[in-house]
Write a protein that binds this ligand. Structure first.
Ligand code: AMP
Length: 193
């Protein structure tokens, strides 16, 4: 299986769709947000550092994230493909990922971009705050995360387009989770033919 980068704003469903893709194709899954939250829970040095950024809705510095990602990637079996969920979030991270994969004889694979309107994103994140109790899912921090997404992460969409691997899926068109999944699975299968 080709590697998959799942890309989109906070609340666009990266974690949800990654879990479904993983279940269907038996791929590896790296969620950098989950990795950081586990470090925070275990009160490690990395966790303490990460918490300061996450609570402010800011990104963790690139080099730190790139180092974490390489360790995570190497812990997965080769050949099954890995879903990158929440990474890369900056152009520097994307360039580093491409280089890290090339050094291992691998490629970026395909990028799946989830496009969802901001009103729906806010509604979902506030609901998640109640269900999961994530501290960064409060309205003030969500607004900061949207701003960081627009300024630092969204420009990457074009970067992936230039790499020729960007595939977009719009909530406005698919309308339901099932509709999104059907479109995503069809595209993954086309790419892996
Ligand atoms: P997520 O669960 O993907 O929404 O990530 C939650 C938070 O973790 C983000 O708001 C960032 O503070 C941090 N984070 C996760 N992934 C990255 C990344 N690739 N680069 C920088 N910060 C990240």
């Amino acid at each position: 299986m080709k590697n998959i980068i799942i890309f989109g704003a906070p609340g666009s469903g990266k974690g949800t769709y990654s879990a479904e893709i993983k279940k269907r194709y038996g791929m590896g899954h790296i969620s950098t947000g989950d990795v950081l939250r586990a470090e925070i829970k275990n009160n490690t040095d990395l966790g303490k550092l990460a918490k300061g950024y996450i609570d402010q809705g800011q990104l963790i510095p690139d080099q730190l994230m790139i180092d974490i990602l390489a360790v995570q990637y190497d812990s997965h079996p080769q050949g099954c493909g890995v879903i990158f969920d929440g990474f890369p979030r900056t152009i520097a991270q994307a360039e580093a990922l491409k280089k890290m994969l090339a050094e291992r004889g691998h490629t970026l694979g395909m990028m799946i971009e989830l496009i969802v309107g901001e009103d729906i994103l806010m509604e979902r994140l506030l609901r998640r705050a109640v269900l999961e109790g994530r501290e960064d899912d409060n309205e003030e921090t969500i607004r900061k995360r949207f701003a960081v997404y627009h300024s630092q992460t969204e420009p990457l969409s074009k970067w992936f387009e230039q790499e020729g691997i960007r595939h977009t899926f719009s909530w406005d068109i698919c309308k339901t989770k099932e509709g999104m999944l059907e479109a995503i699975f069809a595209e993954i299968e086309k790419e892996n033919k």
